[in-house]
Every structure is written in structure tokens, then in C-alpha cells.
Design a protein around this ligand. Sequence first.
Ligand SMILES: [Zn+2]
Length: 332
Amino acid sequence: MDERLPWHLSMWQQCQQRLASGRLPHALLLAGPAGLGKRAFAHRLANALLCETPAAEGDACGQCRACRLLRAGSHPDHRMVQPAEDGKVIKIDQIREISAFLDHTAQYGGYKVVLLEPADRLNVHAANSLLKTLEEPPGASLLLLVTAHPARLPATLRSRCQLLRFEPPPPTVALPWLQARITEPLDIKALLAVAGGAPLAALQQASGERWRRRRELVECYDQVQTGRLDPIRAAEIWTEGELAENLRWLIGWHTDLIRLKMSPNEPFRLSNPDLRAILWRWADRQAPRRLFERWDAAVQLHTLCTTTQTNVALLLEAFLSDAAEVVNPASC
Ligand SMILES: [Zn+2]
């Protein structure tokens, strides 16, 4: 019913062992970078707990009454909690509803399962309310909290949950999985590195279109730095399409610039191995202190553009003008 991601195997087996021995906790915190399949794992576990005839390895059968209801989103012992709108918070009323749901006996006599995502969007009142529920956990119930930013949750809440930490799998696991899914002739190793080792994030970026877009932005940034492109025109190019992703790429390049500058003679892992030559050229022109300042500026630019109502074009122009001025003092 749910895709079994190979890098989840040992975590899945652990959960099954705990379930078999009656040691499954009431609350699990599924934490780790985006693109590792935390949500898929939470769904798989929720479905497995509610299925009436689970398969040998513990997975939901996909056929029984419970599985059919889950697929239709109408299983009475299952709840999803998410912000009402994208980017908004999870409110206390939503948590009160969940507490009431957990207080009642399961309609099908088994587990009651709540999947809450992203858990870092709980507002402070909702988090406090959830904490109370976790202090007196009701019978056979499981709360699955999913987040890429566990540090944003109150420590009191985190301490009530058992942590399931998701880490990027080794390339020996991730690369064959990606190779089986990507048909375009792309540099899959580089793609995985750019995605921070997260296979699902890599797969998402694996359209030739996005990969070409990244190349285009590299070229654009290079032209600005060498005085061949006006920063105002460059800012227009940067704002086209997925701005947040464009800016994440920018931060990744600046992280690599610092790595190259600080350890030029050591073998080490770059996040953008395919851009090594051009990054080397950029790093070579700038003093270490300057590289750290630019990294800071890139992070700030990403934060401002993705979390505030701001004039993105102006901020980008300022950032790109600064890139042009310092690298080419003679041209300004
Ligand atoms: Zn089933």
C-alpha cells in the first residue's frame, strides 16, 4: 500500500519489534531533513497499526476494511492534523479535537492513530495543550509527530516523545534507488549531493528542466561577478520560478566556497561536486572573511525572501550588486 523505502528498513524493523513486544511508545517524533520520506514512514506505520490483517513483515495488507477506509481517508480511528492553510500554524482547537478523539474508545477496538505534520507549526497554545494529552496518554494510541525542524518544538514536548531520527542513507543505498527511477541522462551522484544526500529531494529535482535551471543560475551568478551581466537583469532571472529553491542552491554554493577556501588541499565532500571548477574560480578571487560575509548574506536573503513580505527584487539586486562590486572593484 505504501512505498517501502530501502533506507527505512532497520527503523521499520525496530518499530515492528517494539510493537510485537508491547513497547511501542504513545508518541513518536519523526525528525530529520526533508526528502527522506518521514511522512511516508508515518503513514506506513499508521496503516500497519490499523490494518486488520497485516502482512508478515508488519505492513498493512491494503485489502481489508480498515485499509479501504484509510485509503478513502475515512477510518474512524485515524486522524491527520495539519495547518488549515499552507504556511500557517496548527491551532489549539485542532489539538482539543484530537484530545477528545483520543479519550474515546477506538471504534474498531484496536489502535487510535494521530499523524501531526509539520509538528514545528504547532503554536504555543496548541503545543501546551498537546503536552497535557501526552502527560496522560490514553490506552492503545499512537501520536506521530513529523518535523524537519525538531529544535523548534518545545523541549518539554520533545521529551515526551520517543525520537526516530532520519538520516540521509549511504550512497550505496541511495544511488541504485535513484538510478532505477531517473531515466534522463543526469549526473545522479551530483544530484544526490546537491540534495544533501536526501533521495526523495534528489528525485524531485531530477527533471532535466530543474537541473538546467540550476546551470543557468550558476552561469548568471558568474556573469554578474565578472561584470558581464547587470545585477538588475540578473535579479529578474533569479526571481523566475522556484525562488526558495534557487536561494537554497545559492547558500549551497557559498557553503562549498568556504569549504574550498578553508581546505584547498584536502579531499573532502562538496555539496556541488559538478560545479567544482567554477566554484574554485569564485573562491580564488575572494578573501576568507569575505566568503563568510557572503555566506551570511545568502542565508539572510533566503530567510527574508521566504518568511517575510518583502521586496524580493530589491533584496536580490542588492545582493547581486554586492557580488559584482567586490569581485570587480575596477568595474564600479
Ligand atoms: Zn489491511
